[in-house]
Design a protein around this ligand. Structure first.
Ligand SMILES: [Zn+2]
Length: 208
C-alpha cells in the first residue's frame, strides 16, 4: 500500500452515476442563478473512473483519485468523476458544481474551445470562475464540506511537493481571488471577460 492510501484508509466512498445525476439536477438552477448564464443539459454523459486521471506529466505523484474532484471533457462533452471519492456529500456537490460551471462556460462561449487549455490567462478565468461560482453556491446551500485536505497536505509535504501543488492550484485560487477583488464578484463584468483576447485577459490576471 502506498503512503497516500495509508493516510486515506477508511475514508473512501464509492459514488454512483445516480449520485452525480441527482446533484446535477439540483445544482443546475443554482448555477444559472449565480452565474447569470443559461445552459441546456438534458442527459449528461457521465463516466466514473477507477483510476486517477490527472492530466499532467509534471506531477505523476498526483495521479491518484484523491486529486481528482472531477473533470469536464469539452470535445466529448462528458463529465468524469472518480468512483472512489474522498469527501462527504457536500464536497461532492461542490465538485459537481465546479465541473458544471465548465459546461456553462462552453455552452455560452463556444469560441473558448479554440483556446488551448495550456494558455494561462484562460485557465485563470475558467478555473477561477468555476471556483467562484461553486464556492458561492456552496456557502449558500451546502456548506458542510469535508474532504481529505489534511491528509493530502501531509502527503505532499512528505514528498516535498507542496510548492509544486500550490503552483498547480494558482489558476483556481488566484483566479478566484482576482475575480472577487477586481470585479467584486459582479456577474456582468465577469461574464464579459469570456470574450476578451489572450492579451487583455493576461492583464486582468496580472500575468504579463
Ligand atoms: Zn476546473
Amino acid at each position: 500500500m502506498n503512503r497516500l492510501d495509508e493516510l486515506l484508509m477508511g475514508q473512501e466512498r464509492i459514488i454512483t452515476k445516480r449520485n452525480i445525476t441527482e446533484d446535477m439536477h439540483e445544482l443546475l438552477p443554482l448555477i444559472e442563478e449565480e452565474s447569470q448564464l443559461k445552459a441546456n443539459l438534458k442527459k449528461p454523459n457521465i463516466k466514473l473512473l477507477d483510476k486517477g486521471l490527472f492530466f499532467t506529466y509534471n506531477y505523476p505523484l498526483l495521479n491518484h483519485p484523491v486529486f481528482l474532484g472531477g473533470k469536464y471533457g469539452i470535445k466529448e462533452n462528458t463529465f468524469y468523476f472518480p468512483r472512489k471519492f474522498y469527501g462527504n456529500e457536500d464536497y461532492l456537490k461542490k465538485c459537481v458544481a465546479h465541473e458544471l460551471v465548465h459546461y456553462f462556460q462552453h455552452f455560452n462561449f463556444p469560441e473558448l474551445r479554440h483556446h488551448s487549455k495550456w494558455e494561462k490567462p484562460f485557465k485563470f478565468l475558467k478555473e477561477g470562475d468555476a471556483e467562484l461560482v461553486s464556492n458561492n453556491i456552496s456557502k449558500k446551500y451546502f456548506s458542510e464540506i469535508k474532504w481529505a485536505r489534511e491528509e493530502i497536505r501531509i502527503f505532499l509535504e512528505e514528498c516535498g511537493l507542496i510548492e509544486d501543488y500550490e503552483e498547480f492550484g494558482l489558476p483556481y485560487t488566484k483566479g478566484e481571488e482576482i475575480l472577487r477583488e477586481k470585479f467584486n464578484g459582479e456577474r456582468k463584468s465577469i461574464n464579459s471577460l469570456y470574450t476578451l483576447s489572450l492579451k487583455e485577459l493576461a492583464e486582468v490576471f496580472n500575468l504579463q
